[in-house]
Design a protein around this ligand. Structure first.
Ligand code: B1M
Length: 208
């Protein structure tokens, strides 16, 4: 029998085994993307707010993040089972230098792949020059950057500046909880993606 707790409660408590079972159960009644938006993200928002208030500490934040990863592994497996597609184009994804938050980026990656795009995932805390090099070597036309902290939006700006300075002829879209349309324009990104779905729309527009 699966836990009587909701998936959100399970994540907040950091119960990994329960998270796996509950996600399998939820996938029978709603889509992967709905689980991400209605369960995983709200649970992390609650933990994040408690962390900011000081009622939850870093180890608990880490355990909740790990629990989300367990749930997301189940979701990823389910998505993967759906049909293989011909590549609609290739793009780079990276979480910018100084930032280790990669849950959002990883979700965006899986959704883009599910829509048929080939993703070169450079990971988290990525040196901007590494992005420049790979973009040039692979003749990339679109790059997606993620940042979750006010401090690392600066490094996102720097990455975009270096891409332009090195004449990497590609479009850049940015995402992450600290950003908005206005900020994205300020740091000279071409597009702002508020979530994975918008990322797919941008990829369709630029690569097709
Ligand atoms: Co940290 N953390 N964290 N954290 N953490 C935040 C971001 C924070 C807001 C919490 C808070 O205080 N309320 C705060 C930042 C404050 C600020 O600058 N404004 C914070 C802090 C301070 C820190 C540390 C510094 C804590 C410390 O060590 N004292 C440290 C950072 C270290 C570093 O990066 N150098 C830290 C560490 C961690 C953990 C390791 C414990 C863990 C991350 C685990 C991991 O990612 N592997 C963690 C977590 C989990 C969070 C919160 C709770 C949740 C983030 C998350 O994964 N959300 C977060 C608070 C919050 O956001 N509520 C917080 C779920 C995810 C699916 O959403 O990433 O927004 P998100 O992605 C969305 C959209 O934004 C968008 O699509 C996704 C799906 O809809 N999106 C994109 C994101 N990237 C995109 C890219 C795109 C397109 C769309 O295209 C390229």
């Amino acid at each position: 029998k699966t836990s009587d707790l909701t998936l959100q409660e399970i994540i907040i408590k950091g119960l990994k085994a329960e998270a796996k079972d509950k996600t399998i159960e939820l996938l029978k009644e709603k889509s992967a993307l709905k689980i991400v938006n209605e369960d995983l993200i709200p649970a992390l928002d609650i933990v994040g707010n408690r962390f900011e208030e000081g009622s939850v500490f870093l180890p608990q934040l880490i355990i909740s993040a790990e629990t989300v990863k367990v749930a997301f592994e189940v979701i990823k497996e389910k998505i993967k089972k759906e049909e293989e597609q011909i590549s609609k184009g290739k793009l780079i994804l990276a979480t910018v230098q100084g930032d280790i938050h990669d849950i959002g980026k990883n979700i965006v990656k899986v959704i883009l792949e599910n829509y048929g795009f080939e993703v070169i995932d450079l990971g988290k805390d990525v040196d901007p020059m590494k992005i420049v090099e790979v973009a040039k070597d692979e003749n990339i036309k679109l790059i997606g950057l993620s940042a979750l902290m006010t401090t690392t939006v600066k490094s996102m700006e720097e990455t975009i500046r270096l891409l332009r300075e090195n004449e990497v002829g590609c479009k850049v879209f940015v995402g992450g909880a600290v950003l908005n349309e206005e900020y994205a324009q300020m740091i000279k990104a071409d597009f702002y993606a508020k979530d994975a779905k918008v990322a797919v729309e941008i990829a369709n527009k630029v690569l097709n």
